[in-house]
Design a protein around this ligand. Structure first.
Ligand SMILES: *Cc1c(COP(=O)(O)O)cnc(C)c1O
Length: 631
C-alpha cells in the first residue's frame, strides 16, 4: 500500500483489491451454477458496508446480508439498490422500516410472519422474505417439527413473497461430520415440501472452502472474503490477503532503565535498559485489553512487543530492536502483509475471536479505501454528533438536501429547495463562492433626440474576487438569448436591448470599464444573437484571486413605451444600492422592490428626479432580488 501523509492518530486502510482477489479465490469453490451472497453485517465486519458491497456486487454477488433493519437502511440511504437480506430475527417494531426500505427479513416465527403480512397489507405493498430452517445449530430458525407450519403459513400469505429458504452451519470450519448431517437435513426438508425457490443457501465462507453447502444454490461469504482464516487447514486450500490494516504512529519515545515498571498495576518490569514507544491507541480504539503484555506491533518491519497493560487510549511498545525509530513513524497494529499481525493470529494470543477483533477495530479511526494501490475514498470515523468537515462536498450536498427534506417533511420540496435555491450558492462551486460587495447600480434617463427612446446612462460598481484575466459584458435583444448568459460565471453585466434595435456598438456602448482603476481593453463580437464584449487587460492576471473594484459604464437607448425598468441582483451580494434618475417630466414613478435576504424592505429615497433603493452596507441580499420602476 502506498505511503501517505498521516494526519490521524490511528487509521484503518481497506484494500479493496485484496477483497476482490479473495472473492475471486472463493468463487472457485462454488459449484457450476452456484452464486454467492456477500455478508456485510456489522458494517462489513468493520470494513465499511457501502464500499465492500459495491465491490462484491461488481464481483457478482446476488444479494447482501445484514444483521438488522438499521444496517439495511443505511445501505439503502447510501444508494444500494440490490437485494438485502436481514439474517437475524427482526422485531415487530422493525416491520415498518423493513417495508419502507424494501429489505428481506428472515422468518422463523409464524406470529411475526402474520404481522409482516398484515402490516404490508395495510400499506398496500408486498414484502419479500426468506425462511430460516434450524438444521442443528439451535440458534435462530424454525426446528424441523416447526418448519412445516411455517412454510404452509408463509406460502399462503398474500402480502409476503417467500424468495428463499436457508440454514446455517454450526461448525463448518472444523466438524465435517456434523455439517454433513446438517446439510442432509436441509436437503430433505426442501425435498419434503417441494421447495423450489430462487434462493437456497447454507454454507458460510469456511464451509464453502470445505466443500459443504453444494446442494444449495448460493453460499454466504463472510470472514474469509475479508482475508481472515478461521481454521489452519484453510491455508492449504486458499490464499487470502488481509483486507484491513490498522495503523497508528509513534507519539512518544523514551529510555527506561533496567527495573522500571510500565503501565497500570506495574505488570511489566524492564529486564534491561529499554527503548519504549508510546502508541496512541488503546482498548477504546478496539485494541483488545487482553493483548496487554501479549500483543506486538510492527515498526520499520520489525515486530515489537506490547509491554504493560493496554490503557484506554495508549499502549507501550518495546522498540529496543529499532534504534532508528522516531516520532511520527508508522506503526502497524493489525493486518497488512506481516503474517504475525493477521487478525486470527493476534486474536489467538488471548483466546479471542477473529470476528470480534475485526468488528471492534478502529472505533476512533478514519477508514481509507485503496484500489490497485490508489486511494479511492475515505470515510470519517463514526461520531455521535455531526461534524460537517468530516465529509466531502458531494456528501455534504446529499446531507443538506436530506436534512431539508426531513425538516419540511417532503422529499420533493427538499430536492427543490436544495436544487433551486441553495445550489447556486455552493452546489457546483465547491467553496469558491464569489459574492459581490458594495453593489451600486445607477441608471439615468435623458432625452436622446431619437423619437420614442430615452438615452440611458448606466454606471455599475461592485467589489468582488477576480476569477480570471477577462470578463464579458453581454447585450442581447431577446430575453431567451440573454438567459444563457446568466448561467455563465465569466459574465459580469448583462443588458436586455429593445428588439427594435439592431445590436451594434452604437445602440449599446461600453463607455468605460475599469478594474481597480485600470482601464480595460474591450473587444466586441457577435455570438448567436448576442453582443459579447470581452473586457481584458494584461495587468488583470496580477489581480486574479484578489478582491477588486469593478466599474462598468454604458450608454444605450431605452424605449419610452416600455413603461418599466427593472434592475436585478444576480449574485449573492452584500450591500446594494440601486438608483434611477429621470427627467422631471417622468412624474409619479412607481417603485416595487422584491428583496430577499437579511432585509426584505430596503430603504427608499425619492426626489422629483430620482429614486434610490438601498440596504445597509453589510446586509446580505440574495440573487433575484431587485427593483421594478414603472413609469
Ligand atoms: C455472519 C454470517 C455468515 C458469514 O459467515 P462467515 O463465517 O463470516 O463466512 C453467513 N451466514 C449467516 C447467517 C451469518 O450470520
Amino acid at each position: 500500500m502506498p505511503q501517505r501523509k498521516v494526519r490521524e492518530r490511528s487509521w484503518v486502510e481497506i484494500d479493496l483489491s485484496a477483497f476482490r482477489a479473495n472473492l475471486q479465490a472463493l468463487k472457485r469453490f462454488l459449484r457450476p451454477g452456484q452464486g454467492f451472497i456477500q455478508i456485510v453485517k456489522a458494517d462489513a465486519y468493520g470494513h465499511g458496508a457501502g464500499e465492500i458491497s459495491r465491490v462484491a456486487i461488481s464481483e457478482g454477488a446476488a444479494a447482501l446480508g445484514v444483521a438488522n433493519l438499521e444496517e439495511g437502511k443505511l445501505l439503502r440511504i447510501q444508494g444500494c439498490k440490490e437485494i438485502i437480506i436481514i439474517l437475524s430475527p427482526s422485531l415487530p417494531d422493525e416491520i415498518p422500516g423493513i417495508l419502507e426500505y424494501g429489505l428481506q427479513p428472515t422468518l422463523a416465527d409464524p406470529a411475526f410472519a402474520r404481522k409482516l403480512d398484515s402490516m404490508a397489507a395495510e400499506r398496500g405493498v408486498s414484502c419479500q422474505a426468506q425462511l430460516k430452517f434450524d438444521s442443528g445449530m439451535h440458534r435462530s430458525g424454525a426446528l424441523e417439527e416447526e418448519f412445516g407450519e411455517l412454510w404452509n403459513l408463509c406460502r399462503k400469505l398474500k402480502n409476503v413473497d417467500v424468495t428463499g429458504v436457508f440454514s446455517h452451519f454450526a461448525a463448518g470450519e472444523n466438524d465435517l461430520d456434523f455439517s454433513q448431517r446438517q446439510e442432509r437435513k436441509f436437503s430433505s426438508i426442501l425435498k419434503k415440501y417441494g421447495i423450489d425457490l430462487p434462493f437456497t443457501h447454507l454454507a458460510n465462507s469456511a464451509a464453502l472452502v470445505n466443500g459443504l453447502g453444494q446442494s444449495a444454490n448460493y453460499a454466504r461469504l463472510g470472514i474469509l472474503s475479508y482475508g481472515v482464516y478461521t481454521h489452519p487447514s484453510q491455508r492449504e486450500k486458499i490464499a487470502l490477503k488481509p483486507v484491513m490494516t490498522f495503523k497508528s504512529t509513534v507519539s512518544q519515545l523514551k529510555n527506561l532503565p533496567k527495573g522500571a515498571p510500565v503501565g497500570y498495576n506495574l505488570t511489566w518490569i524492564a529486564p534491561r535498559k529499554t527503548r519504549c514507544a508510546i502508541v496512541p491507541v488503546g482498548y477504546a480504539d478496539g485494541y483488545d485489553f487482553l493483548l496487554s503484555n501479549r500483543g506486538a506491533v510492527s515498526l520499520h518491519g520489525i515486530l515489537c512487543p506490547v509491554i504493560g497493560k493496554v490503557s484506554m487510549d495508549m499502549l507501550c511498545v518495546d522498540v529496543s530492536a529499532v534504534p532508528e525509530a522516531k516520532l511520527g513513524d508508522e506503526v502497524i497494529l493489525l493486518g497488512g502483509s506481516c503474517d504475525e499481525l493477521r487478525v486470527e493470529i493476534i486474536s489467538a494470543l488471548y483466546g479471542g475471536s477473529p470476528y470480534e477483533l475485526l468488528c471492534q477495530v478502529g472505533r476512533r479511526a478514519k477508514r481509507f479505501y485503496y484500489e490497485s494501490g490508489r486511494l479511492v475514498t475515505s470515510a470519517p470515523l463514526a461520531r455521535r454528533d455531526f461534524v460537517s468537515s468530516d465529509f466531502s462536498d458531494s456528501k455534504l450536498n446529499t446531507i443538506i438536501q436530506s436534512a431539508i427534506a426531513q425538516r419540511v417533511e417532503s422529499e420533493e420540496l427538499g430536492e427543490l429547495i436544495s436544487r433551486e435555491i441553495l445550489r447556486q450558492f455552493f452546489y457546483n462551486k465547491d467553496r469558491e463562492i464569489h459574492y459581490r460587495r458594495n453593489f451600486v447600480h445607477h441608471i439615468r434617463f435623458a432625452e436622446s433626440g431619437i423619437e420614442g427612446y430615452w438615452r440611458a446612462f448606466t454606471t455599475l460598481s461592485f467589489d468582488k474576487i477576480l476569477a480570471g484575466d477577462f470578463f464579458i459584458v453581454a447585450c442581447a435583444n431577446s430575453e431567451n438569448t440573454l438567459k444563457t448568459y446568466f448561467k455563465r460565471r465569466d459574465v459580469e453585466y448583462r443588458w436586455l436591448m429593445d428588439d427594435n434595435f439592431h445590436l451594434d456598438s452604437e445602440s449599446f456602448r461600453l463607455s468605460s470599464v475599469r478594474v481597480n482603476g485600470c482601464k480595460l481593453e474591450t473587444a466586441v463580437h457577435f455570438q448567436g444573437g448576442c453582443m459579447e464584449i470581452r473586457c481584458s487587460h494584461p495587468d488583470l492576471k496580477d489581480f486574479v484571486g484578489k478582491e477588486v473594484s469593478f466599474h462598468i459604464d454604458t450608454e444605450t437607448l431605452y424605449p419610452k413605451n416600455s413603461h418599466q425598468l427593472s434592475v436585478f441582483v444576480t449574485e449573492l451580494t452584500q450591500g446594494v444600492k440601486i438608483g434611477f434618475s429621470h427627467p422631471a417630466s417622468l412624474a409619479g414613478i412607481e417603485c416595487v422592490t422584491v428583496f430577499s435576504g437579511q432585509n426584505k424592505y430596503p430603504r427608499l429615497i425619492r426626489s422629483a428626479t430620482s429614486i434610490t433603493v438601498s440596504t445597509k452596507a453589510g446586509e446580505w441580499v440574495f440573487p433575484q432580488s431587485g427593483v421594478v420602476f414603472a413609469y
